[in-house]
Design a protein around this ligand. Structure first.
Ligand code: PBG
Length: 326
């Protein structure tokens, strides 16, 4: 007997496959994470994030120009300060490196691309935690919120279109929204890292921003436990109630179930962060000739969209956007 159903009929030619594709990946979906170092004479390579550097202000401007040219949707900035302290003051100092970079980008590129700022203390604290410490060495949630509010104001004043709180403190979105609204920044968008898991995949990032968590510590007392799925819905609901405009899941590939839950539960735009370890794994295997790195990058980024994200933060942004546009 011949089969009645022939799904292969729709796979016969590239044109047919393109016509019936359920998911597309465009440069405008992508957001490039970028690092900017304070007081650097020249860009400094980051070995574990191949192809990426700690930028100088000048090289950052050029890189963002190239990303605009490739049609990339946005950039998110991370600062590498020259000095750190107990309270992470570089995160909210108006002269802090990210604030200076934000205002230069506003002048150089205006609204050609969406400029975002990661909002956290860990790059700026001497102990490497995402908040300030209490007397027992734990992270003090509510004292940290006041500093996040100050960082949001400093970033918005410097020209950030979007602020992205990534510290997983309870109430962080509400504290930031209130501070922004009270100071005339009603239009500043909040992209909330809602479901951010305590992950082994952030290792290369910590090299990129020179962060070492004191005493061999970790972030499990504030970032989520990877054994949990439904807990993410609670985190996301709280962020929405507090005023988040965009929700994010992080990392991406190991949490596509969570992303898919968000897509069915919520009607706001969704983002996912394909993190440094995810990028490094693809790059390392490709360097050994074990996989085709470009093909795997496209497969992974498209899968993240298929699972429900409109926006993908990825270290592949520039190379994939240039390849898609070519
Ligand atoms: C916290 C922050 C981290 C990342 C983004 N924001 C590090 C952490 O939580 O330890 C990781 C991103 C990546 O690995 O690419 N400021």
């Amino acid at each position: 007997m011949f089969p009645v159903e022939r799904p292969r009929r729709l796979r016969r030619t590239p044109a047919l496959r393109r016509l019936v594709a359920e998911t597309t990946l465009s440069p405008s979906d992508l957001v490039a994470p970028l690092f900017v170092g304070e007081g650097l004479e020249s860009p400094r390579a980051i070995a574990s994030v191949p192809g990426h550097v700690q930028h100088t202000l000048a090289s950052l401007r050029d890189e963002v120009g190239a990303l605009v040219g490739a049609g990339v949707g946005g950039v998110i900035l991370f600062g590498v300060p020259s000095t750190k302290d107990e309270v992470g003051s570089g995160a909210y100092d108006p002269e802090g490196i990210v604030q200076v970079a934000l205002s230069e980008l506003r002048d150089a590129h205006g609204d050609d691309i969406v400029v975002m700022a990661d909002l956290c203390l860990d790059e700026y604290t001497s102990h490497g935690h995402c908040g300030v410490l209490d007397a027992r060495g734990g992270v003090d949630n509510d004292a940290t919120l006041e500093l996040y509010a100050r960082a949001a104001l400093a970033q918005a004043n410097a020209g950030a279109a979007v602020v992205a709180p990534s510290g997983m403190m309870d109430g962080q979105v509400g504290a930031i929204r209130r501070a922004l609204d009270e100071s005339g920044h009603q239009d500043t968008v909040i992209l909330a890292y809602s479901a951010k898991y305590a992950s082994g995949l952030y290792g290369p990032f910590r090299e990129a921003v020179n962060v070492e968590i004191a005493g061999g510590g970790d972030r499990r007392a504030y970032q989520q436990d990877y054994r949990n799925r439904r807990e993410s819905l609670r985190e996301a609901r709280l962020d929405l109630d507090e005023g988040a405009d965009i929700l994010m899941v992080k990392p991406a590939m190991t949490y596509l179930d969570v992303l898919s839950d968000f897509a069915s539960e919520f009607d706001v735009p969704l983002a996912a962060y394909h993190v440094s370890g995810e990028y490094a794994m693809v790059k390392a295997a490709a360097e050994r000739g074990w996989i085709d790195g470009h093909a795997v990058a496209l497969e992974q980024l498209t899968a993240i969209k298929r699972a429900g994200a409109q926006i993908v933060l990825t270290y592949f942004a520039r190379e994939v956007a240039e390849a898609l546009g070519a």
